[in-house]
Ligand binder design. Structure first.
Ligand SMILES: Cc1cc2nc3c(=O)[nH]c(=O)nc-3n(C[C@H](O)[C@H](O)[C@H](O)COP(=O)(O)O)c2cc1C
Length: 313
């Protein structure tokens, strides 16, 4: 993604806070730095378990980032941004700034955007409820959330949720955003070498309306409606809860991602999955998306005066 001109973003390991998770993240950072000389970011969820922020897994993972940058000046020049998600980022703003990183924070409402801006984050990623993965308890769609947030805050806004091509990028720019953040589209791309090919296949096969939300780890997640999502409802009805339920969900996600069982496993994906028809090559797709957005905006600028003149006459 970074090589193609986007800001490639590493997600955090699921082994939260554990030494294993820290080692896994450090290895991923070093691997990423070896694959591109361009900027990339790391995504770290906010630990919402009410822990002392100094003891949280958020802090553990941030320390991994700081250490990786301190150890290697090339990594320091590339790894320039942190995206926090899924909680109040306030406790981490100062330490991220002190380490001279750009702090992006992901929100799902205008209220959260204003709060994050007041906390001092540098960039807001406003994600509409159609997004894949963890979504929001009070669903606000991207087309509504975008203009709401860009009107409400002064910091740069990146829009997310439901984007698939240059048309969406052009629309996001029209809403006052600086760009878009995409997840689901790139699961069905040549950049996804880690997950079983059946996962991307399931996204391509999905039709409009095939997505559903179900309880995730921080709130609702969006994925495809399948036997796995039905099974989740059944085990919850049967009383599975707490750590056992957590483990069940992780195993069901692994079943889809690693084993390619997209029938019994949980297939996290956004609503846009229903619109995807092909595996794309990131190196071609990302620059083309930018060119398409610019072309659309230029064409609109040419078309609008004509429309105006016609309606006036
Ligand atoms: C399978 C999957 C896993 C995701 N994991 C994370 C994550 O670990 N942290 C995070 O902040 N967002 C995560 N997301 C959300 C994406 O970062 C992004 O906000 C979202 O995919 C954008 O909406 P889209 O799916 O419509 O493009 C995930 C999304 C998907 C589909």
């Amino acid at each position: 993604m970074s090589e193609a001109g986007g800001l490639g973003t590493l997600s955090s390991p699921t082994a939260s806070g554990a030494a294993d998770g820290a080692r896994e993240l450090r290895a991923a950072i070093d691997e990423c730095a070896g694959l591109t000389s361009r900027p990339f970011a790391v995504n770290i969820p906010v630990d919402d378990r009410g822990h002392d922020p100094a003891q949280s897994f958020t802090r553990t993972f941030l320390e991994v980032v700081f250490q990786a940058r301190a150890a290697d000046s090339a990594v320091a020049s590339q790894l320039r941004a942190i995206t926090t998600a899924a909680g109040d980022p306030g406790a981490y703003v100062a330490v991220i700034k002190d380490n001279e990183l750009v702090h992006q924070h992901k929100v799902g409402s205008t209220r959260q955007a204003c709060k994050a801006e007041a906390r001092g984050v540098d960039v807001i990623i406003a994600s509409g409820a159609e997004m894949g993965g963890h979504t929001h308890a009070r669903p606000v769609h991207t087309v509504v959330l975008g203009p709401n947030v860009t009107e409400a805050v002064d910091v740069p806004v990146v829009l997310s949720g439901g984007f698939r091509d240059g048309r969406g990028l052009a629309a996001a720019l029209c809403f006052g955003a600086e760009g878009v953040a995409m997840g689901t589209r790139f699961i069905a791309s040549d950049a996804n070498t880690e997950w079983h090919p059946n996962y991307a296949r399931a996204l391509l096969d999905a039709q409009e309306g095939d997505d559903i939300t179900y309880p995730g780890f921080f709130g609702p997640v969006r994925g495809l409606r399948n036997h796995g999502s039905d099974l989740l409802a059944t085990v919850m009805n049967d009383g599975l809860a707490g750590a056992s339920l957590h483990e069940w969900k992780l195993a069901a996600m692994r079943k889809a991602q690693a084993e390619g069982d997209t029938v019994q496993g949980l297939v996290l994906a956004g609503q846009v999955a229903g619109a995807l028809t092909e595996i794309v090559t990131v190196a071609e797709f990302v620059p083309q998306m930018t060119r398409d957005a610019l072309q659309i905006l230029a064409d609109l600028a040419r078309r609008l005066p004509v429309a105006h003149a016609t309606s006036a006459s």
